[in-house]
Design a protein. Structure first.
Length: 188
């Protein structure tokens, strides 16, 4: 599909969950908690200031999880624009690994590399993640044209989406360069 807009992914800045090294992927554990640290706020501000040509006149969409909302708001406020919250941009659900140490991500990523459709840990399948993000992208395509669209989200969600735009099998999302906290990446 040829897109009418240019899409960018913005990963949230460092969060308290990152510092605590815990997996927080469910709304009840991350929608109103696991916000940005002082460093995370600084990272978002730096990203906003260092990408003016992309962010000026951009349209911002964000996961409704606190860490992503805060990141998007910090950046969007620099350009006096609003942020549209979108559940489609939420963190990938990590099932049985919720609130466990973050080294457990590797268990799911190993299954992804093996292209397992159903996770042993009840983690959300990469294509479920991709389909929900693409449902938002298709809505955006109906509403906007020739705009820079900023999708503020989470590591796995953005890595999987980047694979789609790069024509890489989403199961191999860990084979591409990771997206750092508050990093802005192009999807086109």
């Amino acid at each position: 599909m040829k897109f009418k807009n240019k899409y960018y992914g913005l990963r949230h800045g460092e969060s308290t969950g990152n510092v605590e090294k815990v997996i927080a992927s469910l709304p009840e554990n991350a929608k109103d908690t696991c916000g940005l640290t002082k460093l995370g706020k600084k990272q978002a501000l730096e990203t906003g200031n260092n990408n003016k040509s992309i962010l000026k006149n951009a349209i911002f969409y964000s996961s409704d999880f606190l860490r992503a909302k805060e990141t998007a708001k910090i950046v969007a406020d620099l350009y006096d624009t609003n942020v549209c919250l979108a559940k489609e941009l939420r963190e990938r659900i990590f099932g049985d690994l919720e609130l466990k140490p973050n080294y457990n991500y590797n268990k799911v990523w190993l299954e992804d590399a093996l292209q397992k459709v159903e996770s042993s840990y009840k983690a959300e399948n990469v294509f479920n993640v991709l389909n929900r993000v693409l449902s938002l992208v298709y809505k955006i395509e109906q509403e906007h044209k020739n705009k820079n669209i900023i999708l503020t989200s989470h590591g796995d969600t953005l890595q999987i989406t980047k694979c789609y735009f790069s024509k890489i099998n989403p199961y191999f999302h860990r084979s591409i360069k990771g997206i750092d906290n508050a990093e802005l990446v192009s999807f086109y």
